[in-house]
Write a protein that binds this ligand. Structure first.
Ligand SMILES: [Zn+2]
Length: 114
C-alpha cells in the first residue's frame, strides 16, 4: 500500500467518523422536527371538515327557517297560515340514528300542499 493510499484511507476514516457523528445527531433533530410539524396538521384536518359540516348545517337551517316563520304564501288562496307536517317518506338526512324528515306545508285555508 502506498503512502498516498494510506493518507486517503485515513481521510476516509475521518470522514466516516464525522458522518457517524452527523448521523448520530441528526436522528434526534429529524425525529423532533416531524412531531412538531405533524401534530398541527391532523388538528387542521379534523377542524376543517367539522367547520364545513357546521356551515352546511347552518345553511340548511337558514333555508328551513324562513318558511317556518310564516313568510310562506299560499299560491292558491294567498293565505299565510300553514300547518307543517313531517313527510316521513322523505328523509332529508340521517345523523346518528336521528332522521330528519322533509316538511310539508299545508295551507290551513284551502288545504294546498307545498
Ligand atoms: Zn290556500
Amino acid at each position: 500500500m502506498s503512502e498516498f493510499e494510506q493518507k486517503v484511507l485515513k481521510l476516509l476514516e475521518e470522514i466516516n467518523g464525522k458522518l457517524d457523528k452527523l448521523l448520530k445527531t441528526e436522528p434526534t433533530s429529524v425525529s423532533s422536527a416531524p412531531t412538531t410539524s405533524v401534530t398541527p396538521s391532523p388538528a387542521v384536518t379534523t377542524v376543517k371538515p367539522s367547520a364545513i359540516v357546521d356551515k352546511q348545517e347552518e345553511e340548511a337551517r337558514m333555508e328551513q327557517k324562513p318558511p317556518v316563520e310564516g313568510r310562506r304564501v299560499c299560491p292558491e288562496c294567498g293565505g299565510t297560515s300553514f300547518a307543517t307536517h313531517e313527510d316521513r317518506s322523505q328523509v332529508l338526512h340521517q345523523m346518528g340514528g336521528v332522521k330528519i324528515y322533509a316538511k310539508r306545508y299545508v295551507c290551513k285555508k284551502c288545504g294546498w300542499e307545498a
